[in-house]
Design a protein around this ligand. Structure first.
Ligand code: HAM
Length: 565
């Protein structure tokens, strides 16, 4: 019996231990990138810097969080990214509005006692049940008005209205509790809670889901339209979208983003600039293809399309036609597509649902509805791509999931990725800078999904070189008197650019060699008291066990000559 108890307490302790261990794991959809793999990440980023540099691009580093409104306005409120996937939060100084925060929590979590009767006016008994909510919400109003006046919560018209409505609402509510039924009182409580929930205590910020909008914000903020145009920028870093994680799709993922922005000078002939824009589009696409080729990415396919511009004789007219056709086949579509007929009919073309494919193929095509200028621009993009020897595949269904695009859209896929095989997406977005409050500006850019590029490289056999991470040389020092020499040798060798491992404490000879082997070192430098006294150091090649004697300079010379590439 005792034994069983002992075992079960052991099992309990083990479970507790496991629960403890499970507590701290990377959050779903995020990953740790460890050495060896990070070697590959660095190479992918370094190659981007080199290739983009040759095309005249400069690096821009931007904040990870920005106002939510920046993305809502540019990407579009009906897109999946903005409607479902943003990590947004209210930004306020907790210490300044502590009591207000507590009163809001008290109001939102307030529940009445589960009392019948459900029908008819409740009479005097109701006061006892619902009166407390009156004072809870009264606190929100009192503290809220005070914080509003002091500017500790945003002084927006919405907050002003909500506080006034709450003040009135609470008076009406308390005055008529007795004459309402239980159900009616509960309904009134929910109405008041709803108003409390809408109060904004701070600016809404979010983790950036992409960076095109941020680049445009920075372009405006730093008056980049006054620089030589176009301004060519790239930005490398993490993005955040609350998507369902799967292979190649993460909640924190990394993009290598490229943008070309060009202020529109007044009185320029719009038709003339079509040819120039098309050349810029083609060069940007050429650059990413050159980059992928340099990386050795396999199975690369470029899809292009033109989605025209927002005018009745172009995309807007087409969308109306598309909508009308979609209405006719509505019953055969899935729930997502049916919803999109209203919110964003173009996105129906993006559907991967097997049952919708035959229907979509019969829908009107945007290419047949482009205005003359957009058609001319698209033809010129294709001619420019041909001139540059860039192979492409025209895909009339390529509409992209963000609202700011016009004319050129493109996407690149690669091997080894399964369903999430887009490694790059981009397009033209003239007008976005203006939409964000800047001067009329043209824009074209793309973002590469770095996680997916790495995944594709790994899946197609581009493993990072383990040896690049291993030390070249392991210093096996023995005897306290040799430590000073060992430290100096390590410093000089590292300064000369060699990877050196210096064990922090003295080790037995066999242990030192074993450790050097485990780390994958190529050489062991043996430093004993004899070596230090004679100035002749012993270098052992670990692969074949051969040894040689070198002076300090001689060693340096030898390593330089045999430096691994
Ligand atoms: P996007 O198509 O939303 O475009 O994303 C570009 C690329 O980022 C995708 O093709 C994919 O490789 C990668 N990506 C997107 N979401 C995830 C995820 N959850 N996990 C892993 N990788 C992902 C944009 O973001 C635009 N800002 C591109 C752009 C720049 N257009 C003009 N300039």
């Amino acid at each position: 019996m005792e034994q069983i108890q002992g075992l079960s307490s052991l099992a309990g302790a083990f479970q507790e231990h496991m629960a403890e261990k499970r507590k701290f794991q990377a959050i779903k959809g995020t990953r740790d990138l460890l050495p060896l793999e990070t070697e590959l990440w660095n190479r992918v980023e370094q190659t981007a810097r080199e290739v983009f540099g040759t095309f005249g691009f400069g690096e821009i580093r931007l904040p990870i969080f920005e106002p939510t409104e920046l993305f809502a306005r540019s990407i579009g409120t009906d897109t999946d990214v903005v409607a479902k996937e943003m990590y947004s939060f209210e930004d306020y100084d907790t210490s300044e509005i502590l009591e207000l925060l507590e009163s809001r929590k008290a109001a939102l979590t307030w529940v009445d006692s589960p009392v019948s009767p459900p029908y008819g006016p409740m009479g005097a008994g109701a006061q006892a049940i619902f009166q407390p909510l009156g004072s809870v919400i009264g606190n929100v109003v009192r503290l809220g008005l005070d914080a509003y006046q002091r500017g500790r919560i945003p002084r927006t018209p919405e907050n002003e209205r909500l506080l006034a409505d709450l003040k009135d609402g609470i008076g009406t509510f308390v005055g008529s509790i007795n004459s309402r039924s239980m159900g009616e009182n509960r309904q009134a409580v929910n109405g008041l809670k709803g108003l409390v929930g809408q109060l904004r205590f701070g600016d809404s910020l979010c983790l950036r889901p992409e960076v095109t909008a941020s680049v445009c914000r920075a372009y405006i903020e730093h008056n980049m339209h006054a620089l030589a145009q176009p301004v060519k920028l790239y930005c490398i870093g993490p993005m955040f979208r609350r998507e369902r994680p799967q292979k190649g799709r993460y909640r924190q993922f990394y993009q290598i983003d490229v943008e070309v922005l060009e202020a529109i000078t007044p009185n320029t002939d719009a038709t003339k600039s079509l040819g120039k824009d098309a050349a810029v589009d083609a060069e940007v696409i050429e650059m990413v293809m050159v980059y992928f080729a340099r990386l050795g990415l396999e199975g690369v396919q470029l899809d292009i399309n033109s989605i025209g511009h927002s005018a009745p004789d172009c995309r807007r007219g087409y969308v109306e036609k598309l909508k009308a056709e979609l209405e006719k086949v509505k019953d055969k579509l899935g729930a997502d597509s049916r919803r999109r007929i209203e919110t964003n009919p173009l996105r129906v073309l993006d559907s991967k649902l097997e049952s919708e494919q035959a229907i979509i193929e019969k829908l009107p095509r945007i290419g047949d509805h482009l205005c003359a200028d957009c058609a001319k621009h698209y033809a010129e993009v294709k001619r420019q791509l041909d001139l540059r020897g860039v192979a492409y595949h025209e895909n009339w269904r390529l509409v992209r999931g963000l609202d700011y695009y016009m004319r050129t859209t493109f996407e690149i896929t690669a091997r080894g990725l399964g369903s999430q095989n887009a490694v790059c997406g981009g397009g033209r977005y003239d007008g976005l800078v203006e939409l964000l409050g800047g001067p009329p500006t043209r824009g074209i850019g793309f973002a590469i999904g770095e996680d997916r590029v790495i995944l594709s490289l790994l899946e197609t056999g581009h493993s990072p070189l383990a040896t690049r991470h291993s030390p070249l040389l392991y210093i096996a020092w023995m005897g306290e008197k040799t430590l000073a020499t060992a430290i100096r040798a390590a410093r000089d060798l590292r300064q000369a650019g060699f990877r050196v491992e210096l064990p922090p404490v003295e080790q037995k000879f066999s242990k030192a060699l074993g450790q050097a082997d485990k780390l994958g070192a190529r050489y062991a430098l043996i430093l004993g008291e004899d070596e230090v006294a004679s100035g002749e150091w012993t270098l052992k090649t670990l692969a074949d066990g051969t040894q040689g004697k070198y002076s300090e300079e001689g060693l340096m010379e030898f390593l330089r000559k045999t430096r691994p590439s």
